[in-house]
Design a protein around this ligand. Structure first.
Ligand SMILES: [Zn+2]
Length: 333
């Protein structure tokens, strides 16, 4: 059975010293302190330790073979977005990362699809880079759940979404820069509480901002099973009914109508929740996503889907059909 993982992260093995180059400390650098291992550092602050499966396409293919995953959709690690940087600096970082992913896709087209990253803080520049991403063979782009002070309904961002739709580029929205982090110093809460809230914020912003309504052909997928959106849709819909003066300001359509108009990945770690989102969105709008190679992801990509009491055809839709529909791609034979 064909298995495509839409949510995996990759970074080049060696990064230029962007902080030195741009005279600003906000950029990630890699310290290769031992073989097959590196520390991601932001200035002198330790961010995360990564292994060679985070940069080596060959190592990834080896692990995928063991895990029975035929294809991965590659995207950068959200900490690389660089939205707070000057647009020109972010563009240079983005181009570097996008060329790296495009190179891997060109080398191994049967194993990888690629998503680019864009300088979203400068929408005109973002559209130009989006066009370039398409020309170098990327299938879409990954963006953050917000862009600095902008939520995704910010009018300045609409032309970028319009360009994604026009250029047939899939859009993957990933939580990052989590809200309320200053109030969450303990228990890894930004990842456990902030991330699901960020994703729901992104979905609600696009939904109530009328993005899905105005761009019905835009294909958007949200990470982590849509975060807290699916489980709070009843509340969101009730809010729409009881306070339309606050909720339905820019879009009059019931939020529930959009279930199944965009995609979610399957990364929910819970059979009941997976079954709920499959029923809510339809199997062809829930695509396997594992967050490979990070520990909060699904260690064996597709294990939860395979464990479900579903017919084989439905499992196949979740494991690859939904991904291909979202990407609007066919597998290279
Ligand atoms: Zn992720």
């Amino acid at each position: 059975m064909l298995v495509i993982d839409i949510h995996t992260h990759i970074i080049p093995e060696h990064l230029p010293d962007f902080s030195a180059k741009f005279g600003s400390s906000g950029f990630i650098r890699l310290e290769h302190h031992k073989p097959c291992c590196a520390r991601m550092m932001k200035g002198d602050t330790f961010f995360r330790e990564i292994k060679d499966n985070c940069w080596s396409a060959e190592k990834r293919m080896e692990e995928c073979d063991t895990l029975n995953v035929q294809m991965q959709v590659l995207s950068t690690i959200p900490v690389m977005f660089s939205y707070a940087a000057k647009p020109a600096h972010c563009l240079e970082v983005s181009r570097f990362l996008n060329d790296h992913i495009a190179g891997i896709v060109a080398k191994y087209p049967r194993r990888f699809f690629g998503l680019g990253t864009l300088p979203m803080q400068d929408p005109e520049m973002a559209i130009a880079e989006l066009e370039r991403c398409r020309s170098i063979g990327l299938a879409g782009v990954q963006i953050g759940s917000h862009v600095n002070r902008w939520n995704l309904n910010q009018p300045e961002l609409f032309p970028v979404f319009e360009a994604c739709s026009r250029l047939d580029m899939a859009l993957f929205v990933h939580p990052w820069d989590m809200m309320g982090q200053d109030r969450m110093p303990d228990y890894w809460l930004p990842w456990l509480v902030g991330m699901p809230a960020e994703t729901s914020l992104a979905i609600c912003s696009m939904l109530f901002g009328g993005i899905f309504e105005r761009l019905p052909n835009l294909r958007v997928a949200f990470a982590h099973g849509g975060g807290s959106f699916p489980s709070t849709l009843g509340r969101i819909e009730h809010g729409y009914h009881c306070r339309p003066d606050l909720v339905a300001v820019d879009n009059k359509v019931n939020p529930r109508r959009y279930a199944g108009k965009f995609w979610l990945d399957s990364l929910v770690h819970d059979k009941t929740m997976l079954d709920y989102i499959v029923n809510l969105f339809g199997a062809d709008h829930v695509a396997l996503g594992s967050d490979y190679p990070f520990p909060l992801g699904e260690t064996k990509p597709g294990e939860l889907i395979k464990s479900m009491d579903y017919p084989a055809a439905l499992k196949e839709t979740l494991l690859s059909g939904a991904a291909l529909k979202w990407l609007n791609k066919k597998v290279v034979g």
